[in-house]
Design a protein around this ligand. Structure first.
Ligand code: NAD
Length: 364
């Protein structure tokens, strides 16, 4: 069995972290015989520079024709003055929307070796394992009308629209409940139903769905409180389900509990299990090209790809265990480094994971 993977390195640190993920896939092929056929495509600023479009038709066709997609990150200051319609981020949003990848799973897991890298006290984060389920193809990032207009008095006014159809809320709700069944059976739906009608509807639909999952406990929380609770007592959460923008913000917040934004992978799935896998962080222009980027979020995205798109749990377990072993050995990129441990570059971390994969596989 050979899996056809579309690889989009993107911009900034994207190509650096992707190179390490590819090393891991090559290693899986040699150690477990997992067959990957990788085809690289252009997306983001790199695509705009070459063909004037952040999501060229060939890239979309490649994504559609592949069994799964692995993406680095897009964007950067170089493209910030472009019109929104051709910005790198728009290419990524279009890719997600065109493939209907509405269910974005963002696990925030604290690896025990990184307890000192967390921004919170060890007793607050020890054993942390949250799954944030973010709606990815609707809400304010896509709602229309949007733009900046000039009012009669000459002042400019910016506007965006938060909009969700019942069916969009229902399908992301089902994703969250189905994941919760395999975990600790608790779903916390995060909204702002006290001021936003759209999220009052969100709450209503979550309540409706909940009757179909009597074994799962549903709670509701306003987003401002959720942000506070995430840094006060994050272990109260099992599965969080929320809107596109709230999920974007809360998952970045959750990432720091795990030590670094460079540790969090994600899966974006359609209704049939097709998925795109990417780290939750951006293109980190401040460290691009310096070999300082942490590739583990991208490597762990490979593990999610194996697990969610292909049910290759042995291969996914091997990657996850190898990351643990690499961290155990003391390898640390600068973002998770602390005194007494070995600081490694982006490629050094990839090498440490590959070495650990051989070690773990030999011990099987
Ligand atoms: P960012 O996530 O790129 O960086 C935030 C901070 O985290 C920076 O200090 C960066 O150095 C650090 N960081 C990020 N990833 C890291 C890694 N793997 N290892 C070590 N440190 C890491 O967010 P930003 O600075 O707000 O955005 C930069 C660009 O990325 C912008 O153009 C933005 O639009 C884009 N962006 C893209 C995505 C995506 O492609 N999915 C997501 C968020 C932001």
């Amino acid at each position: 069995m050979t899996y056809k993977i579309a690889v989009f390195p993107g911009d900034g640190i994207g190509p650096e972290i992707m190179a390490e993920a590819i090393k891991v896939m090559d290693c899986l092929s040699s150690v477990l015989g997992t067959g990957f056929e990788l085809e690289t495509g252009l997306v983001g600023g790199a695509a705009f520079d070459q063909v004037g479009d952040p999501l060229p038709a060939e890239s979309l066709a490649l994504a559609r024709a592949s069994d799964a997609i692995l993406l680095g990150a897009v964007g950067g200051p170089k493209w910030e003055s472009l019109d929104y319609s051709v910005r790198p981020e728009r290419g990524l949003l279009r890719l997600r929307a065109d493939l209907d990848l509405f269910s974005n799973l963002r696990p925030a897991i604290l690896h025990p070796q990184l307890i000192d890298a967390s921004s919170l006290k060890p007793e607050i984060v020890e054993g942390l394992d949250i799954m944030i389920v973010r709606e990815l193809t609707g809400g304010i990032y896509f709602g229309k009308p949007r733009g900046v207009r000039i009012l009669d008095d000459g002042e400019r006014e910016g506007f965006n629209t938060l909009v969700y159809r019942e069916s969009e809320i229902r399908r992301i709700g089902h994703s969250a409940f189905q994941i919760a069944i395999k975990r600790n059976r608790q779903v916390c739906s995060v909204d702002k139903a006290n001021v936003l009608e759209c999220t009052e509807l969100w709450r209503d639909i979550m309540d409706q769905i909940s009757s179909e999952y009597p074994e799962v406990e549903l709670s509701h929380m306003y987003v401002d409180n959720a942000a506070m609770q995430l840094v006060r007592a994050p272990k109260q959460f099992d599965v969080i389900v929320t809107t596109n923008m709230f999920g974007d913000i809360l998952s970045d917040c959750a990432s720091m509990l795990t030590g670094s934004i460079g540790m969090l992978p994600s899966a974006s799935l359609d209704g049939n299990g097709k998925g795109m896998y990417e780290p939750i962080h951006g293109s980190a222009p401040d460290i691009a090209g310096l070999g300082r980027a942490n590739p583990l979020a991208t490597i762990l995205s490979v593990s999610m790809l194996l697990r969610y798109s292909f049910a290759e749990s042995d291969a996914a377990d091997l990657v996850d265990q190898a990351v643990q072993v690499a961290l155990e050995s003391g390898a640390r990129t600068p973002d998770i480094h602390s005194a007494g441990l070995q600081e490694v570059s982006t490629s050094g971390m990839g090498d440490a994971v590959v070495a650990a994969m051989h070690e773990v596989a030999d011990g099987l």
